[in-house]
Design a protein around this ligand. Structure first.
Ligand code: ADP
Ligand code: MG
Length: 292
């Protein structure tokens, strides 16, 4: 493309809140046939809220929430913030916590008032040999509704399940529809459980879901699609998306996301709206059509 046509397209993008960081990105984006999108913070608002508590026999809501919030207080995960916020709202006590550690992409553990608290995905509990039992049914119900189930185990036994809801961004449905009209295949990639992810995917019309993908494996999944011949645009917001953004043919970062993601990407969607994905690809298509 000519320097002038690149300048014009880049300018139009900027006006629409789509920062295309290089001429190369503009010249490559028209070749994409697949768009992979992270779920949390990309398709959804990324501001999860605790919407339900289900304590198992032997625990009441306040005890469950007190222990869970204590273990989550040192975690930087958005799910943790949702749990802590409600405990603070309710004015629950803040017991002493020792030995906090986080298990990336799975949850956290800590000793709270001398009790071993483990909080996170069903997988995390299973890995340490805890049978989720009755917690599984509750978790399945929350997940079927598109809410993320956060399981809590105390001293090696399931104590309850928290439901965390992260609403879909208002314009995500229209943005995904635009991508389909442009004949792009869409894929959701997430660390969340399959059922919760599928419920969200259904609402925005994404046919393919890669769930329970550990942070370090997102880039591997992109590489796998590329090896099968796909030209991949990756959209993400988090630190855990950065390697996948760099691996993709074109990385598109949510402008309201983390700096690490923005630095790894070729395009920044300044307003955070997914509508910018179609805008970037359309601008590239128009630019490259004109020179041929
Ligand atoms: P995503 O790809 O959706 O941003 P993550 O890789 O950050 O998800 O986390 C994957 C899953 O691990 C979450 O859906 C949750 O089940 C569990 N998890 C991770 N960190 C925490 C935490 N601090 N508290 C509870 N659950 C957690
Ligand atoms: Mg995310």
């Amino acid at each position: 493309a000519t320097p002038l046509s690149i300048m014009v397209a880049t300018g139009k993008g900027a006006q629409a809140g789509v920062l295309i960081r290089s001429a190369e990105a503009l010249e490559t984006a028209h070749r994409l046939d697949t768009v992979v999108l992270d779920k949390t913070g990309t398709i959804t608002a990324g501001k999860p809220a605790l919407t339900e508590l289900h304590a198992l026999p032997g625990f009441d809501d306040d005890t469950l929430l007190t222990l869970a919030a204590a273990a989550e207080r040192d975690s930087e995960h958005p799910l943790a913030a949702a749990v802590v916020a409600v405990a603070d709202e309710r004015g629950l006590p803040r017991p002493t916590v020792v030995g906090f550690s986080s298990v990336t992409g799975k949850g956290v553990r800590a000793t709270v008032d001398g009790r071993e608290v483990l909080i996170g995905s069903a997988r995390l509990l299973a890995e340490v040999g805890i049978d989720s039992g009755a917690a599984s049914d509750v978790a399945a119900r929350f997940a079927a509704e598109g809410r993320t189930p956060v399981l809590v185990a105390v001293d090696g036994r399931p104590a309850g399940v928290l439901a965390v809801a992260d609403p879909i961004k208002p314009d995500s449905v229209a943005a995904l529809a635009a991508l389909r009209r442009m004949n792009l295949a869409t894929v959701m990639i997430t660390g969340d459980s399959g059922r919760a992810a599928e419920a969200i995917a259904r609402q925005v019309g994404i046919p393919t879901v890669l769930a329970e993908v550990l942070p370090e494996h997102k880039a591997t999944e992109v590489r796998r699609l590329q090896a099968a011949g796909a030209r991949v645009g990756m959209v993400g917001d988090g630190i855990n998306d950065a390697p996948a953004l760099a691996q993709a043919d074109i990385g598109l970062a949510i402008g309201t996301g983390t700096d690490v993601a923005i630095e790894a990407a070729d395009v920044t969607l300044i307003t955070g709206s997914l509508g910018g994905v179609a805008t970037a690809i359309s601008l590239s298509r128009a630019t490259m059509r004109n020179i041929r």
